[in-house]
Design a protein around this ligand. Structure first.
Ligand code: NAP
Length: 280
């Protein structure tokens, strides 16, 4: 008897750098599921046609990454979360092509695991950046009852757009006010590319944060960012970008392969070895 093989993929342009195949193929093997997870390099002008023939390509669904997250939203029936964030990173079929944004739960669940109780007194959170990832973070923080979220972004108009989308609990501060804003913040989140390999460093004075503050960085290349290193050295609790990447993958796998997978230390070690072979 021929075994039915279910397949999913990550669609991006470029897509070679994506670690999602490593995560999903590890889970497929671990749970003994006959399936495959592949990379699909699709340029922007071919994305619509590719999505329309996703099932014909044999896919039960897909992850979507840069630069297709907004187009994926427009070409599918988004859930409330993807619509609110304005971007979709996960597609599946349910009476048509549906979409969601699992960066939200990736961010929140990683914090729950790394810094239990982080949302108990979320009087003030400072979010650096105002791109797609920042929208997912702000949506998640509001859903956990954040009373005040201060957005600091290099380009003020993008921060304005974020306040317009999410309302009064979101405030804006200037780039040169970042260190002052860290005073009294319960959470500081970097959603920019600052600190990423090949990008400028993120200059923020961790000494301004209170001792109970939590620091989260979405960057995961390098795996140990200077921001996380400095926060740890100060004794603050941290949640890193690799943890978020692992947790955001859970929802898609469950939708396509019918099993909610676990983020285990073994899986994390596999990704760590891939990101930093010298640490093996
Ligand atoms: P995006 O929409 O392009 O936004 C990029 C953000 O970075 C903007 O706020 C931009 O500011 C800021 N920025 C870039 N270069 C800067 C510089 N030199 N100085 C100051 N600010 C700078 O990208 P995104 O999709 O939000 O992704 C942002 C980061 O999150 C990336 O590192 C991505 O890998 C990471 N991410 C991680 C996960 C995870 O699972 N760990 C998930 C999603 C995203 P301007 O508005 O001024 O350009």
């Amino acid at each position: 008897m021929t075994e039915i093989v279910r397949a999913a993929c990550i669609i991006g342009w470029p897509v070679e750098h994506s670690r999602s195949p490593l995560i999903h193929n590890y889970w497929l093997k671990t749970y003994g599921i006959a399936g495959e997870y592949r990379r699909e390099a699709v340029p922007p002008d071919q994305f619509g046609a590719f999505i329309q023939s996703l099932a014909l390509h044999g896919y039960a669904g897909a992850n979507v990454t840069v630069p297709h997250k907004e187009a994926a939203l427009a070409l599918s029936r988004p859930d409330e979360r993807a619509r609110a964030v304005g971007a979709a990173n996960t597609l599946w079929f349910d009476g048509g092509l549906r979409s969601t944004n699992t960066d939200v739960e990736g961010f929140l669940n990683n914090l729950d695991v790394c810094a239990a109780g982080w949302d108990r007194a979320l009087n003030k959170a400072v979010v650096l950046g105002a791109g797609g990832a920042a929208r997912a973070v702000v949506y998640g923080l509001l859903s956990r009852g954040a009373q005040s979220i201060v957005i600091v972004n290099r380009t003020p108009s993008r921060a304005d757009a974020l306040r317009g989308r999410f309302g009064d609990r979101v405030r804006i501060a200037r780039w040169d006010e970042l260190n002052d804003q860290l005073g009294g913040a319960a959470l500081f989140v970097n959603t920019t590319t600052l600190g990423m390999a090949g990008q400028p460093e993120l200059a923020a004075d961790m000494g301004r944060l209170p001792s109970h503050a939590v620091v989260a960085d979405l960057v995961y290349v390098p795996m140990r960012t200077p921001l996380i290193g400095t926060a740890k050295a100060r004794g603050l609790r941290t949640a890193d970008g690799l943890g978020m990447l692992l947790h955001q993958a859970v929802g898609g796998f469950a939708l396509w392969f019918g099993k909610k997978p676990e983020v285990t230390p073994q899986l994390r070690a596999l990704l760590e070895a891939d990101l930093d072979p010298s640490a093996r």
